[in-house]
Design a protein around this ligand. Structure first.
Ligand SMILES: *[C@@H]1O[C@H](CO)[C@@H](O)[C@H](O)[C@H]1NC(C)=O
Ligand SMILES: *[C@@H]1O[C@H](CO)[C@@H](O)[C@H](O)[C@H]1NC(C)=O
Ligand SMILES: *[C@@H]1O[C@H](CO)[C@@H](O)[C@H](O)[C@H]1NC(C)=O
Ligand SMILES: *[C@@H]1O[C@H](CO)[C@@H](O)[C@H](O)[C@H]1NC(C)=O
Ligand SMILES: *[C@@H]1O[C@H](CO)[C@@H](O)[C@H](O)[C@H]1NC(C)=O
Ligand SMILES: *[C@@H]1O[C@H](CO)[C@@H](O)[C@H](O)[C@H]1NC(C)=O
Ligand SMILES: *[C@@H]1O[C@H](CO)[C@@H](O)[C@H](O)[C@H]1NC(C)=O
Ligand SMILES: *[C@@H]1O[C@H](CO)[C@@H](O)[C@H](O)[C@H]1NC(C)=O
Length: 481
């Protein structure tokens, strides 16, 4: 099956890549291209979609190794933004990588500069609970999911039904071939790890090496998946509270941060806390519920120290946001609203999640009530809220699951380094260990520290990533920065 698709690829994509001159004084070395691919890889003569990529050629041609495919995760993350920013001189990749590799960012189908997924923002912005406490609330959730997905299908067309990561992997292979057919190296962060593994499963001989930073294990039952992410988020919230207790730069220093968090959630569940900045901007909700606080704080734990290039305010910023919330202004922690039919994170991202993970077609109110009890038992403060929990948004979804969870089967020995922080609030070290067992010979490098992914910290772990991608070897596996 996979083999026949592989053989057909050259016919489907030959000479289809089209380069455009996108360089400017801001980005003199940037290159852009587009490629038309079949929406359904089992129907090569059917409707097509266009995916787009950006490339920054290796800065030293005599030390060039080959293409490095980069994906920042999501699902819904826009790879081209990272290539463009790098071409402008922003420090997102080390000079070592830029010298040795053509840095290639392909926006996955439906995402970023590729033909987008479109959904109705008015439906999307309706406020429904993902933690229903009655049959009626559950029915409202299912109806919301059904109408939202129907709107995406209506506005996007057939692409909406083929957003699964196995289809994405076939696109990546089409790009690899269109770029000349060299073996590629993969650098996938977060969900990008799942994308790289999906590519490796289908086309193992095409990959020279992989480094996967912040690992997703696409093999688990939904309850263990939820539990794993929820508990690693909870653990990181506890570490944030401990940091606050000992660090005077924390705006809540001297308070019991977990009690503050619990009180805010309880209060906001009764009366949502105002978010005055959002009244002005109209890009976020004008007030914040307890459930939204439980969901939204997770993102703010991603990096302990602020990283301005990606707009992250760090733990000190989260502490200030919680202090503001305590004083009646929850603007920073408010949920963003969709302002147009295109919203990569919410629309394309959800489309992928709902086709990659078990569909919840059989999920009843009772099932979801049971999962809420599980969330409270294991994660008493955050109660199960996490990105995995947003798969509850797939109950009633109209697109089918095309790429259900499965144990990865990679029929080649691809040099692979998995990188994971011990205290990652999203991609748990549990997932990294799970994935390691599925990739023959994979090594796992751990960073004894906090946050989601490690490369942007440019510490020892990033140096090891560079070293591994260049030399395929690594001298140690435990890091502290
Ligand atoms: C690169 O980013 C800049 C803004 O930072 C934008 O003006 C430009 O159009 C982008 N170029 C491409 C090719 O995406
Ligand atoms: C690409 O466009 C830039 C800016 O418009 C121009 O300076 C450059 O000469 C063009 N390069 C090619 C190869 O056409
Ligand atoms: C470019 O790569 C070659 C071969 O590895 C090396 O000898 C040379 O020093 C590199 N040039 C720069 C500017 O780093
Ligand atoms: C989608 O299109 C169908 C057929 O035109 C229509 O019946 C339905 O109301 C539309 N749904 C949404 C949510 O736009
Ligand atoms: C306090 O936290 C900040 C932000 O993480 C950090 O930069 C600083 O080094 C910490 N100070 C102490 C004394 O730990
Ligand atoms: C907490 O927020 C209040 C209200 O904005 C402000 O007056 C106070 O300075 C803040 N506390 C800290 C430690 O930042
Ligand atoms: C919260 O915002 C909604 C609009 O999203 C509004 O209907 C509701 O009255 C607000 N609640 C409070 C307590 O301000
Ligand atoms: C895996 O690779 C081996 C060696 O190339 C080959 O003999 C075997 O048939 C492959 N198995 C599958 C399922 O492709």
């Amino acid at each position: 099956m996979h083999l026949s698709v592989y053989l057909f690829l050259p016919f489907a994509t030959a000479s289809a890549i089209s380069w455009s001159n996108c360089s400017s004084s801001l980005t003199p070395r940037l290159e852009c291209a587009s490629l038309s691919v079949p929406i359904n890889w089992d129907d090569l003569s059917g409707p097509r979609t266009t995916i787009r990529l950006q490339r920054l050629p290796a800065s030293n041609t005599s030390s060039r190794i080959g293409p490095l495919f980069y994906n920042p995760g999501g699902p819904g993350g826009v790879a081209t933004e990272f290539i463009n920013a790098t071409a402008q001189g922003y420090h997102l990749f080390s000079d070592t990588l830029l010298q040795h590799f053509d840095l290639v960012g392909v926006d996955p189908r439906g995402v970023g500069t590729s033909d987008p997924i479109r959904c109705d923002p008015i439906i999307a912005n309706e406020r429904v609970t993902f933690f229903p406490s009655t049959e009626a609330e559950f029915a409202t959730l299912v109806d919301y999911n059904r109408r939202l997905s129907e709107s995406c299908s209506n506005l996007t067309g057939p692409l909406f039904e083929y957003m699964d990561t196995a289809s994405v992997a076939r696109d990546m292979e089409a790009v690899r071939q269109a770029l000349g057919g060299e073996q590629i190296s993969w650098f996938g962060q977060s969900y990008g790890s799942q994308m790289a593994v999906a590519h490796a499963e289908l086309f193992p001989d095409t990959i020279r090496a992989m480094v996967l930073d912040g690992n997703v294990d696409h093999s688990q039952a939904e309850s263990s998946n939820m539990l794993t992410e929820s508990s690693t988020y909870e653990r990181e919230l506890e570490r944030f509270a401990n940091w606050c207790a000992v660090n005077a730069t924390c705006a809540l220093h001297g308070s019991d941060v977990l009690s503050v968090f619990d009180d805010l959630v309880r209060t906001a569940d009764i009366t949502p806390i105002p978010a005055p900045d959002c009244v002005v901007s109209e890009t976020c909700r004008v007030n914040v519920t307890g459930e939204e606080l439980r969901f939204n704080v997770q993102d703010f734990l991603t990096f302990k120290e602020p990283i301005s290039i990606i707009g992250n305010i760090g733990w000190a910023g989260l502490a200030e946001a919680l202090n503001q919330t305590l004083h009646g202004d929850a603007s920073t922690l408010s949920s963003s609203l969709s302002t147009s039919e295109i919203d990569d994170t919410r629309f394309a991202g959800q489309a992928v999640l709902c086709q990659d993970w078990t569909h919840y077609t059989d999920t009843s109110f009772i099932d979801l009530a049971d999962k809420q009890i599980m969330g409270k038992a294991i994660s008493p403060h955050t109660q199960g809220a996490s990105q995995t929990w947003t798969e509850v948004g797939c109950v009633g979804w109209t697109a089918p699951v095309r790429n259900p969870p499965h144990y990865a089967s990679i029929n080649a020995s691809i040099p692979t380094l998995l990188v994971n922080a011990m205290y990652d609030p999203e991609t748990s070290i549990v997932w990294a260990n799970g994935l390691k067992a599925q990739i023959p010979g994979a090594l796992l490098a751990t960073r004894n520290g906090d946050g989601h992914t490690s490369y942007l910290l440019f510490g020892e772990t990033s140096k090891a990533t560079d070293e591994y991608l260049v030399s395929l070897s690594i001298s140690q596996l435990m890091f502290s920065s």
